[in-house]
Write a protein that binds this ligand. Structure first.
Ligand code: CDP
Ligand code: MG
Length: 694
């Protein structure tokens, strides 16, 4: 190995070496796999041995907790076992939730393939803005936990489901936590409902005590017997191989560079086997792919046998398929992923893992009321999961881009549940819409902080979504809860209907719902900036998006046009689709579309009506474009991807923040500060914007 590495002594995964079965996982799992091959693969999964035990527990216990290593077959097999055992008979549906959309799509398509059915029929999935199910026909449904919470608004007891499997519970995403609390309530009214809580690592005991309800608290309106209320616990023994851990000797300053060098070094020095790299987000993943691909195109041709692929949410379906396709003979696949490959997805063939030690995480500070996406160190639990991905096929190696000392002394042992590091605005609206008034008194797995709650209530009151008694206002509060958008985007959209610019704002809302419509490529920054200038307007990004949308329609939705203009064609197709859905939502609410015919002032006022809390003003004489948030005086900067980068208008409103070396605002528009007070007098009455600006 290169100078970087010194082997560590840790053996993180349970060691159960079984050479005989080592090769079998090379069997193609592509769509060409025959059904008998797939059936054999299914039977080889560790969870298969527990099939009867699982079915017994589910039959007899209200809640079953299943812990098993990633790749043991929990997600793809358990819903099938349930179906085979009759849990989907009589029009009932088996649900399996996932925190991540990409995982929902991927496992649903795998299960449809294994069952030999068309995806969207017997096996379907639902994610925000995409429902691939057929009511009456779908028996097994994969969906995000957020979508399931939303379904409760129409059907509070989730009556169509016989079993709900809350998967990846160890992730403790905001929606998973809300869902678990709500399901516990539903269980008391529905003794026939069965829950499965499954995950890779979980404190099974504390989860079990959370779900242990006394029988006398169960309301049984049916003739079904009340099942055992003490949760059943089952642990699936995996067959992980030894993973040799290597640490860097010195801390690395540039983890992207270190990643690239490490992958090349593995390629040069190690035996066959694919490489899985954990980076943080689309930006650094694309950068690493580019750096490795450049190396590959280098005259030395050093790595022409590397197949480098990115993996992050928002990746087009066609690219996702490449990730799961078997590695072509003579090639080494390198998948550069976010932490989605940590436990949600299993890639076959991985023998080497490179762990940057970071992931993108949401952080919220209730004092400043700032939520941003931060590249932050992972926990030991995550590091162990990442390393374990190298030991599925045969003994593997994990290269950690941090020192052993750091791992032992400084790395936190567990992550903090998202509930305790999130802005609670959406959470409160959803719970209020479900009739839960006392949110602090709700049965939480881990309670959110009172400060965060107070902040969120204050913002919701200012937005006119909650009234003085903290109840949803009518119609606005209820309409916001209906729309499948971030609350501030919903408010912006609903205001635009009143202001007569909904035709434009519905497009903006659709664009803000996709990750980015630009394709940024390192190395062609100049061409990219020029392309952006073709659409850019002084008002800012939101109005620029309208130009892109118009151009896209005018081009006849051409992929060539997108390519020439550095625009992500897939993202634009999604924008069109989401826009159509939003228009349908508005119609259902009795609202109609109206164009402001180029009145950009009105348009910006509509944006402000949702986003006034995100207003910032430029520090006078600031040489580097520093802004301060009007409410909290936090320092922020315009993100380089914004068309207002370096333009620096005096007063701006942003959509979201991302923290890298500084706190950056993404999606920014220039506004007149007077509009802020007009939109939210009570929010700005204490600390007014700088009078010098008026
Ligand atoms: O949920 P868990 O991590 O326990 O395992 P799983 O996702 O059910 O995966 C079981 C097996 O199915 C693994 O061997 C995966 O590689 C395979 N699988 C696949 O080939 N394609 C998918 N889209 C999902 C799973
Ligand atoms: Mg799984």
């Amino acid at each position: 190995m290169s100078k970087y590495w010194k082997p560590g002594s840790e053996r993180p995964t349970p060691v159960l070496v079984d050479d005989e079965e080592g090769g079998v996982l090379f069997v193609s799992t592509s769509s060409s796999s025959s059904s008998s091959q797939l059936e054999r693969l299914r039977q080889r999964l560790p969870v298969y041995k527990y099939r009867d035990a699982i079915l017994y527990l589910v039959e007899n216990h209200a809640t079953t907790i299943i812990v098993g290593e990633t790749g043991s077959g929990k997600t793809t097999q358990i819903p099938q076992y349930l179906k085979e055992a009759g849990w989907a008979e009589g029009g009932r549906v088996i649900a399996c939730t996932q925190p991540r959309r990409l995982a929902v799509q991927s496992v649903a398509s795998r299960v449809a393939e294994e069952m030999g059915v068309t995806l969207g029929e017997e096996v379907g999935y639902a994610i925000r803005f995409e429902d691939q199910t057929k009511p009456g026909l779908t028996m097994v449904k994969f969906l995000t936990d957020g979508v399931l919470i939303r379904e409760m608004m129409d059907d509070p007891l989730l009556t169509k489901y016989s079993v709900i499997m809350v998967d990846e519970a160890h992730e403790r995403s905001l929606s998973t936590d809300i869902l678990l609390g709500l399901l516990k309530k539903i269980q008391r009214r529905r003794p026939d409902l069965r829950l499965i809580i499954s995950s890779a690592t979980i404190e099974a005991k504390s989860m079990a005590s959370f779900f242990h309800t006394r029988k006398k608290n169960i309301r049984n309106d049916t003739i079904d017997p009340v099942p055992n209320q003490e949760p059943g616990i089952l642990s699936v023994e995996g067959k992980g191989y030894t993973v040799e851990i290597h640490y860097v000797e010195e801390p690395v300053s540039d983890y992207l560079q270190a990643t690239v060098e490490t992958v090349l070094s593995i390629h040069d020095n190690e035996g066959p086997g694919d490489v899985l790299v954990f980076l943080t987000g689309q930006d650094d993943i694309e950068a690493a792919v580019k750096m490795l691909t450049d190396e590959y195109n280098h005259p030395r041709g050093r790595s022409s046998d590397l197949l480098v692929l990115p993996l992050y949410s928002g990746l087009p379906r066609s690219d996702q398929d490449l990730i799961f396709a078997p590695t072509p003979r003579g090639k080494r696949k390198v998948v550069i992923s976010t932490n989605i490959a940590e436990t949600s997805l299993t890639l076959e063939g991985v023998v080497y893992v490179v762990d940057s030690g970071f992931s993108k995480q949401k952080f919220y500070n209730p004092i400043s009321d700032i939520e941003s996406l931060v590249t932050a160190p992972i926990s030991k639990a995550s590091a162990r999961q990442r390393a374990g991905r190298a030991g599925r096929l045969r003994p593997g190696k994990c290269f950690r881009l941090y020192t052993e000392e750091y791992y032992l002394k400084d790395m936190p042992s567990e992550g903090i549940p998202e509930m305790q590091r999130s802005n609670l605005v959406s959470c409160i609206i959803q719970m209020k819409a479900l009739g839960i008034d006392n949110i602090l008194g709700f049965d939480w797995l881990s309670s959110p902080s009172a400060e965060a709650m107070v902040r969120a209530l204050e913002v919701l009151y200012s937005l006119g979504i909650l009234d003085g008694d903290a109840k949803l206002t009518s119609p606005l509060g209820f309409q916001v809860a209906e729309l499948p958008l971030e609350p501030m985007v919903s408010k912006m959209l609903l205001s635009s209907c009143e202001m007569g610019c909904s035709e434009e704002v519905v497009t903006i809302a659709a664009v803000l719902s996709v990750q980015s419509i630009w394709v940024s490529m390192r190395g062609v920054q100049k061409e990219f900036d020029e392309a952006k200038l073709r659409f850019a307007v002084a008002e800012g990004d939101h109005v620029t998006y309208l130009n892109v949308y118009k151009g896209f329609l005018k081009s006849g939705k051409s992929s060539q046009w997108c390519y020439r203009n550095f625009i992500n064609y897939q993202a634009m197709k999604k924008v069109i689709d989401i826009r159509e859905q939003l228009v349908r939502f508005l119609k259902r609410l009795g609202l109609t579309l109206k164009s402001c015919e180029g009145d950009l002032k009105m348009l910006r006022k509509a944006i402000i009506s949702g986003f006034f809390a995100h207003a910032c003003q430029l520090e006078e004489y600031s040489p580097n474009g520093m802004y301060k948030m009007l409410r909290s005086s936090q320092e922020v900067y315009i993100h380089p991807s914004s068309v207002l980068f370096r333009v620096n208008p005096k007063c701006v409103v942003y959509h979201s923040l991302v923290l890298t070396d500084k706190q950056y605002m993404r999606n920014v528009i220039a506004v007149d500060p007077a509009w802020l007070i007009e939109a939210a007098p009570h929010f700005y009455q204490i600390r007014k914007p700088n009078p010098a600006l008026f």
